[in-house]
Write a protein that binds this ligand. Sequence first.
Ligand code: AHM
Ligand code: MG
Length: 333
Amino acid sequence: MSLTMTLGRHILTAQRSVPDATGTLTGLLYDLALAGKVVAREATRANILESAQASQEPKASRLYRFADATFIHLNQRTNRVGVIASESHAEPISTNIEGKYVLLLDPLDGVSQTDYTVSLGTVFAVYRRLADGPEGGLADCLQSGRNLVAAGYLLYGSSTVMVYSSGHGVNAFSLDPGLGEFLLSHEDVRIPSPPRYYSLNHAHDDFWTPGSRRFARYLQGKDSTFPGGLSMRYTGSLVADFHRSLLGGGIFCYPADTIYPQGKMRLVFEANALAFLAEQAGGAASDGVQPTLDLQPTSLHQRTPFYIGNRELVQMAENFIRLHEPVRPGDNP
Ligand code: AHM
Ligand code: MG
């Protein structure tokens, strides 16, 4: 951990290497870090809050609304962001026509497990607006992940960590609450190889397609080509499970199944941002057929099958699906 390289100094240093940088993206990343600190203060004391504020509303939904409102409020009137879309809102929120960026948010992923003190996360994705003026909105939010300018997440766990990339590698910063600063704790992150873990909810295996089921057996070490397999770790919190694969080496999988024929993960609010990080860290992300970042979103809340982590494991998932599923789930046979 660097006690002198704060997130702010790191962002400014990165900005200096961009020829025509205006500082707008720098300001946006600052605002996201501030929102992360505000949410972290509440997300890491949710049980205490419940006793302090007698409320009929479940703790999880109160925290979800708080996170959503905090990230939107701290980015709505900065002239940096022209359009905001959040997983918790049906439509995009146009902020002001001068803002040149688009901000997409999963405000608090894993929120259904708040009562069990499982680590939660906020996922963010930043694009440039496609056109100036008020006609922005949905089209700005439905850009391919290949257009991402920056992406990352906050993880509210044993530490509060902000992980982001603006296209020049991945860096992680851990919050020192005493200083109120995010300090560089993991520089130029590369997904380690060989992988150690896999994250997959085996309770769904009756609903998986043949290729996904064969890949799950491969990960378990039940396929002769991969004796021993990997260790399974699954928290039911995407950001926490991805963070483990990013730092420890591994793969997170949420296959399409008969409950979620298009997968459960949301393409524009979580999958694209994490896929951007994975590729920046030498890994990969796929829907089982093609890279997640190549998918062209058609609706704001669309979901996608999701395999993300070590490149060789993602490619193995695609091989099993290609071999055992000539017809994709959800396709007309
Ligand atoms: P949630 O944010 O409503 O809790 O749902 C998202 C979560 C992801 O964080 C996690 O990876 C997945 O849902 C777990 O789904 P399941 O419980 O079906 O395994
Ligand atoms: Mg989510």
